[in-house]
Design a protein around this ligand. Structure first.
Ligand code: DUC
Ligand code: ZN
Ligand code: ZN
Length: 480
């Protein structure tokens, strides 16, 4: 299939310029002004609009089995909704149960993802440790194109990774050239606070943020960073929600550590007053972890994104409907954690980032696709508008507007955390590997059209770090 996108302004993380983009057989074949349309090519007029890389959401949980239920969005419905908002790739998570064989879990998730409409990859969670896990990490990196491993420092008694697991897995990741990532919350502290709050009679969703204070996030971020520092491995911290964690990232970066921070559109936009909403269902619909924070944290997160201490934006898209949330009606700690957003991230970021002057359009591309592609080593296949790159593109109409609503969204969930938000700046067209999957309200995402994207290990930079770690090794003192 051949498509010529004509007359748009190309915006990448580095440049803004006028040009036409010719897409042939899923790749960008040519970029230039006044390109001729090959015979049979479909022509899309992008006059007055921007042509940008499709969004990459590095943090989603489609059909995740979690907290006694399964997320309502599957790989098809979730990636179709993503396309409607201009996101063309996701990185989801394989989360093995403790003691479950890692490769078995990986194959299960790969099977579920076969119906994906968008391209996808996986971070694999390390939830337990033994020699087989170490071996499977190698297989995943060398044979399956997995270059990142996730560690939940929360969810005690379920998937929580303690310091022993963190140490072993981070060390193994270093030798394999893979990136450790963490959900940073002190799981023991959260567990104890949940118990205490319930004993005190605080059983509603207002207890959720009280049980997960910013300090619990700051402590875990610091612990993961210090472990990574000693081991000599880079670290990616998912969904930074509190200034406490951001300050730890800033400190580590200033000290020369290679650390990356991710922020969610929800954490930038929504504050913790939602948990005190008089309607239990509304309050419960916002239960996710880490929780939404007080406004001063949101202001700090925006500054972190602007200053480059936070690098990527994501959604942690993990949908549970009202009946599922109801599982925690008598105990907030049993409300399935998760909120949606994969469809809305780009328009929310454009409106409140570019529209307010906090971000330039180039910075918008950096934080919605290019940085993720670079950090997870799939650049410029993804996150770029360049010859040879996958033709994952959006045509972005900066004048188009809408009001976000559960009534009109495509996500398979009965609540939208951005309900009623006016956004200005929308994808008018989405192309996935050169195929038009969305056009002005017409969603044409194809079940199963998404491809698994292998992400190679990072040999060069990680070797340097390994050498540095070796240099730092103590030598035994020879005594007579
Ligand atoms: N947080 C959530 O809110 N849902 C899924 C997992 C997570 O860490
Ligand atoms: Zn998480
Ligand atoms: Zn998550």
């Amino acid at each position: 299939m051949t498509i010529l996108i004509r007359g748009g302004t190309i915006v990448t993380a580095e440049q803004t310029y006028r040009g036409d983009v010719l897409c042939v057989d899923g790749k960008i074949a040519q970029i230039g002004e006044g390109l001729d349309a090959p015979t049979g090519a479909k022509i899309i007029d992008a006059g007055g609009q921007y042509v940008m890389p499709g969004g990459i959401d590095p943090h989603t949980h489609m059909q995740l089995p979690f907290m006694g239920t399964v997320a309502s969005e599957d790989f098809y419905t979730g990636t179709a909704a993503a396309m409607a908002g201009g996101t063309t790739s996701i990185i989801d998570f394989v989360i093995p149960d403790p003691q479950q064989n890692i490769m078995e879990a990986y194959r299960t998730w790969r099977g579920w993802a076969e119906k994906s409409a968008a391209d996808y990859g996986f971070h694999v969670a390390i939830t337990w440790w033994d020699e087989s896990v170490s071996k499977d990490m190698e297989t995943l990196v060398r044979e399956e194109g997995v270059n990142s491993f996730k560690h939940f420092m929360a969810y005690k008694g379920a998937i929580m990774a303690d310091d022993e697991i963190l140490y072993n897995s981070f060390s193994r990741a270093l030798t394999l050239g893979a990136m450790p990532t963490v959900h940073a919350e002190n799981g023991e502290l959260v567990f104890q606070l949940q118990k205490k709050l319930i004993e005190e009679g605080i059983t509603g969703p207002e207890g959720h943020p009280l049980s997960r204070p910013p300090a619990a996030e700051g402590e875990a971020a610091n612990r993961a960073l210090r472990l990574a520092e000693v081991i000599g491995v880079p670290l990616y911290i998912v969904h930074v929600s509190a200034s406490d964690a951001l300050e730890e990232i800033k400190r580590a970066r200033s000290a020369g550590q290679r650390v990356y921070g991710e922020v969610l559109a929800g954490h930038l936009m929504i504050d913790d007053s939602v948990y005190r909403h008089p309607d239990w269902d509304v309050a419960a619909a916002h239960v996710m972890s880490p929780p939404f924070r007080s406004p001063e944290h949101q202001a700090a997160l925006w500054k972190g994104l602007q200053s480059g201490h936070l690098h990527t934006t994501a959604t942690d898209h993990c949908c549970f409907c009202a009946d599922q949330k109801g599982m925690g009606r008598d105990n907030f700690a049993q409300i399935p954690n998760g909120t949606a957003g994969v469809e809305d991230r780009l328009s929310v970021l454009w409106t409140h980032g570019v529209g307010t002057g906090r971000l330039t359009p180039n910075e918008f591309v950096a934080v919605t696709s290019a940085n993720t592609a670079k950090i997870f080593n799939i650049y410029p296949q993804k996150g770029a508008v360049s010859v040879g790159a996958d033709a994952d593109l959006i045509i972005w109409d900066p004048e188009a507007s809408k009001t976000i609503s559960v009534k009109t969204h495509h996500q398979n969930v009965d609540y939208n955390i951005f309900e009623g938000m006016e956004v200005k700046g929308l994808a008018s067209h989405t192309l996935s590997r050169g195929t038009l999957t969305y056009k002005d309200g017409d969603l044409r995402a194809v079940k199963g059209a998404g491809q698994y994207v292998k992400r190679p290990a990072f040999p060069a930079s990680f070797d340097a770090l390994a050498k540095q770690a070796a240099l730092n090794k103590a030598t035994p003192v020879k005594r007579p």
